[in-house]
Design a protein. Structure first.
Length: 290
């Protein structure tokens, strides 16, 4: 149950000046992991490596305990994948697209696919090019969920969705987790999606993995400190991940809440950091969180 479902071992990938640098990440089976990071942080690049759609310059990706490179077709049958852009043939109907897609999967479940189409309000006769961005995302999800995948990997599945379906999608993910057989990894920059469903958060910043921890650990460790500017000497500055100064005071992110409480108690307001705070201050300040 707790074996890693995805193992990324010292993976490096370069695109011109951008690099995913020495990423090591174990995604546990039976949990939802949110991959978070700003635009261009490398989320899609990492997901493409997990799907064997691009090859690492160094390092190795293993899925379900086996090297992806050795057994890609077999391993990918066990994955439901939702890409960040539509990879369907636009001129086909949903039904015709299904006829092409389903034979790739030995465990394809036509009744389940129909049920998802019904649930998402999609007619099998509809032409794919007539679907809105949100509807295409729903269709991608219906495909991904209809072949008994154990692992669901989704690149920005909530982007472009209205709040009602975003909530529904998160409910579907929570439902899938009830049988404890599924593992889900999805990327997003909408951090409130993760507050709702993720067990673990992996945070990428400029191609580096800043942390990968349980949500509880993250919220125990990080805090936002607000106080007067007079407290900001060089040592104090160095202790923060990032600082925002205004004429009336500063706010800063610490990755060591206990230490901040010891140092600033009585002089500062110390509050729980949101994932958005963590992303914002990391982008402003230092990148490696001790
Ligand atoms: N095939 C490619 N060829 C060249 N550069 C690429 C390629 N794929 C990604 N990149 C570059 O790698 C960097 C990271 O992009 P990536 O799409 O992985 O980020 P992201 O975190 O998914 O961003 P977003 O949230 O905007 O989708 C970008 O600078 C991008 O231009």
């Amino acid at each position: 149950m707790n074996d890693p479902c995805i193992e990324v071992r010292n993976v490096t990938k370069r695109y011109g000046r951008f690099a995913l640098e020495d990423i090591t990440l174990n995604v546990k089976q039976g949990y939802i992991t949110g991959l978070v990071g700003a635009n261009g942080a490398g989320k899609s690049s990492l997901i493409k490596l997990l799907m064997g759609m691009s090859l690492p310059l160094a390092g190795e990706v293993r899925l379900f305990g086996e090297p992806l490179a050795k057994n890609e077709a077999e391993l990918k049958e066990r994955i439901g994948y939702v890409a960040d852009d539509s990879h369907f043939y636009e001129h086909l109907s949903i039904q015709a697209m299904k006829s092409i897609y389903a034979p790739f999967y030995r465990k394809w479940d036509d009744r389940l696919f129909r049920r998802y189409l019904d649930r998402f309000g999609l007619s099998p006769k509809a032409l794919i090019r007539s679907l809105s961005k949100g509807m295409k995302m729903k269709l991608a999800l219906a495909f991904a969920l209809s072949h008994q995948a154990e692992l669901l990997i989704m690149d920005e599945p909530t982007a472009g969705l209205d709040p009602v379906f975003r909530r529904e999608l998160l409910d579907i993910l929570a439902e899938l987790m009830l049988d404890e057989r599924h593992t889900i990894l999805f990327s997003t920059h909408i951090t409130t999606d993760l507050d709702r469903v993720a067990d673990y958060i992996a945070f990428l910043h400029q191609g580096r993995l800043v942390f990968h921890e349980s949500k509880e650990e993250i919220f125990d460790r990080y805090a936002v400190v607000r106080a007067e500017n007079s407290l900001l000497d060089a040592d104090v500055r160095r202790s923060f991940v990032g600082i925002r100064e205004t004429p009336v005071g500063f706010e800063a992110l610490t990755s060591d809440r206990e230490e901040a409480e010891r140092l600033f108690s009585g002089f500062a307001r110390i509050e729980r950091a949101t994932l958005e705070d963590i992303m914002f201050f990391t982008a402003k300040g230092v990148t490696v969180h001790g």
